[in-house]
Design a binder for this molecule. Structure first.
Ligand code: ATP
Ligand code: MG
Length: 463
């Protein structure tokens, strides 16, 4: 993309309504624009990041054997009356009446709808196990929408639902989700710690929230500092293996890590004092096993091996896709702007032309642009007729991990400059060498940042 043809409405002033860094930077970098309280338009740069996160979520869900689909945003109140949650959900549910006076609502979550689909189409235990998921907009009429996309009213969420014959099978699905979530967040360059949590209106005894530690987080958390040393990393996992998934769950949940709702001072005090931490965290996901809580009232049964109908065991599993955009920025920025982890960056590298209109500089930039594009990478070329300082400030603000700076002086010596956004370090090298380095950084064998073939295509084509 050439910046002269793009739509990147960066703001010079710091917006006064934004209290935290991610909100400020998303507004300043032209990623979102508030449409009304807690509701945002995603401008091109923000939309690109949102799609990258969505891609990672899809890939990791499908890798775990979960099946993508799409349910609507608007739901009928009837199903929620059947489950008993129409009244329970309270003020957070946006209730709508259609022209025929039917009660409708904008879905805050989808347990009822998915259970209705299941009961209509699945009849036998032989069709299990089954995990279906979708990524769809949700609406919760939050009393205090704030922090930009972190606590919106309309937000984008992956929610998945497992259906199993027995509690044991459903707990394997729970563990499988935990593993796939660990991989998902690590690919986004984040450490999200599973912490024992409270069921809330969704209910259930088995539940973990995934928290990204950040001072601006809304959750209070308590943990054993040893847990921050754990990484899922490059290990291979067989998602069908009950033992392997269970072992990962044990590894990642055996140390003390709880949100304030489940915090237990007596147990916490058994952790050696030097390792006891209390901090703030951003909830970026949650997994639940809730047994037959919805399948019983909604009649989601299958014929068991003995021919008798049994209610299925269920769980639901959510990732806050739009909140993650903010969470990643909270975890990765400095005073000059965002620092995108390579796995989610909207463009792989920026090209800054120090002297637009200079024949040699223009030609060198075009050549770099063509080479990066040929590699399947997306460069953002600042080809505007602007002074260098302004170009650098924009690149720093929007946070691309790598910048190639091209100017007539360097070109005389056959070099361009490659700069890391994270460390600020620059190195002069011939243009081919800069391309080689960037290609290496995004090469497929670096699984955590790889531009996998699937990611290069539009997300519609690979589902
Ligand atoms: P919170 O406690 O932050 O209100 P929740 O526990 O009610 O969230 P879940 O039902 O667990 O939310 O939804 C799954 C995920 O969706 C959450 O982990 C979070 O990342 C995201 N999410 C929930 N509410 C919002 C919101 N208002 N704005 C943006 N993302 C949200
Ligand atoms: Mg939650």
């Amino acid at each position: 993309m050439r910046l002269s043809r793009y739509f990147l409405p960066v703001l010079k002033e710091t917006p006064s309504e934004a209290q935290i860094a991610s909100h400020r930077l998303m507004l300043r970098a032209g990623m979102v624009k508030q449409a009304s309280a807690g509701i945002y338009s995603w401008l091109p740069l923000g939309f690109k990041v949102l799609r990258k996160l969505e891609n990672i979520v899809h890939e990791e869900q499908m890798r775990a054997g979960h099946i993508p689909m799409l349910m609507p945003t608007i739901q009928s109140a009837d199903l929620w009356r059947e489950s008993g949650r129409y009244d329970d959900y309270g003020e957070e549910m946006l209730r709508i009446r259609d022209r025929h006076d039917r009660d409708m609502l904008y879905g805050p979550t989808n347990e009822e709808l998915i259970t209705d689909i299941f009961r209509a189409h699945v009849g036998s235990y032989k069709d299990l196990p089954l995990t279906l998921y979708h990524i769809q907009w949700k609406f919760r009429d939050e009393i205090r929408p704030r922090f930009g996309v972190m606590r919106g009213r309309e937000f984008y969420m992956k929610d998945g639902y497992n259906f199993d014959l027995t509690k044991e099978d459903a707990l394997h699905a729970y563990n499988r989700h935990l593993v796939s979530y660990l991989r998902t967040y690590e690919r986004m360059g984040l450490q999200a710690i599973p912490m024992r949590a409270d069921g809330g209106p969704i209910g259930g005894d088995y539940t973990h929230e995934f928290l990204v530690l950040a001072e601006t987080g809304e959750s209070e958390v308590f943990y054993d500092s040893e847990i921050t040393d754990l990484r899922f990393g490059e290990r291979e996992i067989d998602y069908d293996s009950v033992e392997q998934c269970q072992a990962v769950l044990e590894e990642f949940t055996s140390r003390y890590a709880r949100t304030d709702e489940t915090h237990d001072e007596a147990i916490f005090n058994e952790v050696p004092e030097a390792r006891r931490r209390s901090a703030r965290g951003i909830e970026v996901g949650q997994i639940f096993y809730f047994g037959t809580k919805y399948s019983e009232p909604l009649g989601a049964t299958v014929q068991g091996p003995d021919g008798k109908p049994v209610p299925v065991h269920m769980g639901s599993h959510g990732i806050g896709v739009s909140r993650l955009v903010g969470a990643i920025i909270e975890a990765s920025h400095d005073e000059n702007g965002i620092i995108w982890p390579e796995g989610v960056t909207p463009f792989h590298a920026g090209i800054v032309n120090l002297k637009q209109g200079d024949a040699e500089a223009d030609a060198a930039c075009e050549a770099l642009y063509a080479s990066l594009t040929a590699l399947g990478l997306e460069p953002l070329y600042d080809d505007r007729d602007e002074r260098a300082g302004g170009k650098f400030a924009t690149m720093d603000l929007i946070g691309l991990p790598w910048r190639i700076t091209v100017g007539p002086r360097g070109l005389k010596n056959g070099v361009v400059e490659l700069t890391s956004r994270k460390t600020g370090e620059s190195e002069e090298m011939p243009p081919e060498k800069a391309i080689e380095k960037i290609a290496e950084i995004y090469a497929p064998h670096h699984r955590s940042v790889a531009v996998e073939p699937m990611q290069q295509r539009s997300f519609h084509t690979w589902l």
